[in-house]
Design a binder for this molecule. Structure first.
Ligand code: F0G
Length: 359
């Protein structure tokens, strides 16, 4: 078809690189094709000659990168005749599972850690009609239960251990390569279960092997310091971090992620909660980009490594921002200045505030 500029979603666009058939019923909400935004102000503030791009995955339909994997996982579940899907989640997977299940007309069961999920994500799962099962345990306990349930119940697991999730998520790397015309030098990404770092490497590798680009980036995975099994070299039993999305101590893609680190000549590092929140605020205030705390881990980590020169000047860097800031309004409000106290609705009082606050 000539002049085809509008795709219905990433399966439609990358059909020849994904495991679907011509007659597969595609379950899509128009995911993918997210903005790659070049940062202007933060590199200047760092005083370093670096080119930083943000892949703004928070602009997917349910507000996170999970939609890339979920469109394919649910499409395949429906194709295989499944009537229900299940996942454990720190929030974003549950939101995506709930939405795509609604679209497909099937049931979503989601296991979430009681009290440790950002409000926006809970609202999404509830609004889309998922069966929300709150457990008195963390993500890792939920994941274990989901695997056990999946052994005999007629439900499809849609966590990133489902290989279709990874296939769908690899398309983020395709988009970056198409837009930049070549691979960045470094790709910085937050790591929880390590499914997404694995998916990106798969995408970069496929375009490289097909000769579409002639290099691949070094993959750098950042974890929150209180939930950093890749830094400890072993599983962490009581993970803690303000970045609840990556509050994971037993990553499901442990071996795959180490392979990515070795093959790409990359590394893992950790960021404190303070530096994560500072990066989140910096992006919002200096670049107009609002992401959730876990997402800001990629920039927080990149800034650390730019500072020390581990990421050298002259580098082209892509940081994935995995989820939208509106997912976690509580954390955003907690770290922002309170609004100006309410005033009378008079021109005089409003004007006084404006004059006080002009930059
Ligand atoms: N960033 C956000 C916003 C996430 O929600 C997640 C994972 C990650 C990063 C880490 O990605 O697990 O592929 O390394 N969230 C999952 C969930 C665990 O349940 O929503 P990963």
């Amino acid at each position: 078809m000539p002049f085809r500029t509008r795709y219905t979603g990433l399966i439609d666009k990358y059909r020849d690189r994904l495991p679907v058939h011509d007659d597969t019923r595609i379950i899509s909400l128009g995911e993918g094709n997210t903005p790659l935004v070049r940062l202007h102000n933060i590199p200047r503030m760092l005083g370093k000659d670096v080119d930083i791009y943000i892949k703004y995955e928070g602009l997917n339909p349910t507000g996170s990168f999970k939609d890339r994997g979920m469109t394919l996982a649910v499409t395949k579940a429906v194709e295989e005749g499944s009537k229900a899907i299940i996942c454990a989640s720190t929030g974003n997977t549950s939101a995506a599972a709930a939405a795509y299940a609604a679209r497909a007309g099937i049931t979503a069961f989601v296991l979430i850690p009681d009290g440790k999920i950002a409000l926006g994500k809970l609202a999404q799962a509830m609004m889309h009609g998922a069966v929300v099962i709150q457990i008195k345990g963390n993500f890792d306990a939920g994941m274990q239960l989901v695997k056990e349930v999946g052994e005999d119940a007629p439900v499809t697991i849609v966590n990133s251990i489902n290989p279709f999730r990874i296939q769908g998520q690899k398309t983020a790397a395709f988009e970056i390569l198409e837009e930049l015309g070549s691979a960045p030098d470094f790709h910085c990404i937050p790591v929880g279960n390590a499914g997404n770092i694995t998916a990106h490497w798969m995408g970069y590798t496929e375009y490289h092997e097909h000769g579409i680009v002639n290099s691949r980036p070094r993959m750098v995975g950042y974890q929150a310091a209180g939930s950093a099994p890749f830094m400890r070299g072993k599983m962490v039993d009581e993970p803690e971090t303000v970045a609840t999305a990556i509050r994971i101590g037993h990553p499901q893609s442990w071996d795959k992620a180490w392979k990515v680190q070795k093959e790409s000549n990359g590394w893992f590092d950790e960021c404190t909660d303070e530096t994560i929140l500072a990066a989140q605020k910096l992006l919002a205030e200096e670049e107009g980009i609002f992401c959730e705390p876990a997402s800001a881990t990629s920039l927080a980590g990149a800034m650390q490594d730019i500072e020390t020169g581990k990421i050298p000047e002259g580098s082209k860097i892509v940081c994935t921002l995995t989820g939208h800031g509106l997912k976690d309004p509580d954390t955003a409000i907690r770290q922002s200045a309170a609004p100006v106290k309410a005033v009378e609705a008079t021109l005089e009082q409003v004007k006084a505030i404006i004059l006080d606050n002009l930059k």
